[in-house]
Design a protein around this ligand. Structure first.
Ligand code: ATP
Ligand code: MG
Length: 456
């Protein structure tokens, strides 16, 4: 039975309160990415396994240990995407998008799958925001995506995060660096883990990213890539630093950042937060100038980042506790006091909903008293009771549950009257509020702007 009532390890249901926070973060990310000129792309949840082997890299943890790979009924090897870049790069090649005017700027919001040891900020199904930027080698672009991530994070007012950058060079300058690294690690190899020993020959830079404490300790004394950059890579890195200074974005240079995926070249960066404990990286990215060619396309320089939504949510909840106001709330709860009033309530609530107002009514056969109590539980801002007396008099009281104010509204064209009343109240409050929410979520505003609702 437990299999029926318990989600697989490392996955989590996003219940309405959390979903409201995810939605808020996503909307804010979309706003920022759009302002920076990125347009959305959506790619499949699964791809051919070969795509990730080639792009993420055969000697990475992701490919060797973390992928959800299976054969489908047609006998093809399929993998649930462990990250967002490979699928986007594949789609860009498949649809010839680099043939259009460059640069190409894309963003995505996506779920990812990695078979990892679940803990705070580390799941098996998680979500990422990301951007991918194709067709430019200019350090201005590197600084631009860093500025996008920084602008997004700072707009959330979560404080307490920092940016670390590094350059891991290009294949040309890496050859000599690999030799230096091998020389260093060779002496320590017998104290390192099995993975490191196995990767030593093929991909010594992977040893810099090992999470086993003893290996990490040894890696911290390894030669720095920054001492081996070729002239072009050095000039590029200087350019990125200069651009970040122009933008006033503080950063630290951390020669130990190599990132966990093989496709990176030159710039790599991470945003880390003190609020996250061991899983401190909220955003990781960099250049992958060789990726499109590796996948069979023409060489097109490119760069991007991925940001973990779950980690971002942890930081946000830590910095801004009690985010309940992100949940949509009930504007009006209508209470039919008897059967005669029910039809008017049914029609009115439906009209109001079609105008975008969150209107509710009882569907559980509750008494008037119990309905009032329930309206309170929902946090309904306004209530209105309709019964025999109201029908006879042709009017009813609408009550503001926050102030206790009541006002009598005629039943003729009741939906319109309610929209006017509530819309005007909300607008008046926004006028008083020094920092009002944007007016498009004020119920009834369309009606107030455009005259009477012709639907009625
Ligand atoms: P880490 O070093 O923490 O394992 P990573 O280098 O594997 O991270 P990337 O592949 O660069 O991470 O993914 C970008 C971002 O996605 C990370 O910075 C993190 O915020 C998030 N992320 C990565 N793996 C997970 C996971 N298993 N659960 C939740 N978020 C994750
Ligand atoms: Mg990882």
């Amino acid at each position: 039975m437990a299999l029926l009532t318990k989600a697989p390890r490392g996955t989590s249901d996003i219940l309405p309160e959390s979903a409201a926070l995810y939605r808020f973060l996503e909307d804010r990310f979309i706003e920022t990415a759009t302002a920076y000129g990125f347009r959305e792309i959506r790619t499949p949840v699964f791809e051919h396994t070969e795509l990730f082997n080639r792009s993420v890299g055969e000697t990475t943890d992701v490919v060797q240990k973390e992928m959800y790979t299976f054969n489908d009924n047609g006998g093809r090897s399929i993998t649930l995407r462990p990250e967002g870049t490979a699928g986007v790069a594949r789609a860009v090649l498949e649809h010839g998008l680099t043939g259009d005017a460059m640069p190409l700027k894309l963003f995505y919001i996506t779920s990812c799958y990695r078979y990892e040891k679940p803990q705070a900020g580390r799941l098996r199904e998680f979500h990422q925001f990301g951007v991918e930027y194709f067709g430019t080698e200019d350090p201005v672009a590197d600084a631009e995506i860093i500025a996008l991530a920084d602008g997004f994070l700072s707009s959330l007012e979560i404080g307490n995060y920092s940016l670390r950058i590094n350059s891991i060079g290009c294949p040309a300058c890496r050859a000599e660096y690999h030799r230096a690294l091998k020389g260093y690690f060779e002496k320590n190899l017998d104290r390192m883990c099995g993975n490191c020993r196995e990767r030593f020959e093929r991909n010594p830079m992977r040893l810099l990213d090992c999470k086993v404490p003893e290996c990490h300790e040894i890696a911290s004394g390894a030669p720095s890539i920054l001492d081996y950059l070729c002239d072009d890579c050095r000039a590029h890195f200087d350019g990125v630093k200069r651009q970040l200074n122009v933008l006033g974005i503080p950063f630290e240079i951390d020669p130990h950042i190599v990132r966990g995926l093989d496709y990176y070249t030159r710039t790599v960066f991470e945003f880390v937060s003190g609020a996250l404990g061991a899983q401190s990286t909220v955003c990781g990215g960099g250049r992958y100038d060789g990726l499109l060619q590796e996948l069979g396309g023409k060489p097109v320089p490119a760069l991007g980042f991925g940001m973990g939504e779950e980690r971002l949510k942890l930081i946000y909840e830590n910095a801004v506790p009690g985010n309940n106001d992100l949940m949509s709330t009930v504007d009006l709860y209508m209470i039919p006091a008897d059967d005669e009033a029910k039809d008017l309530v049914t029609a009115t609530v439906n009209d109001l909903r079609r105008c975008g107002m969150n209107a509710e009514r009882d569907v559980c056969g509750r008494s008037v008293k119990a309905q009032m109590k329930y309206a309170g539980k929902l946090g309904a801002r306004f209530t209105m009771i309709l019964g025999e007396t109201e029908l006879r008099e042709g009017s009813a009281l609408i009550k503001d549950m926050q102030t206790g104010d009541t006002e009598r509204l005629p039943l003729e064209e009741l939906s319109y009257e309610i929209l006017m009343h509530i819309g005007e109240k909300y607008l008046a409050e926004m006028d008083e509020d020094p920092d009002p929410t944007p007016p498009d979520n004020v119920p009834g505003l369309t009606v107030l702007r455009g005259g009477k609702n012709t639907d009625q």
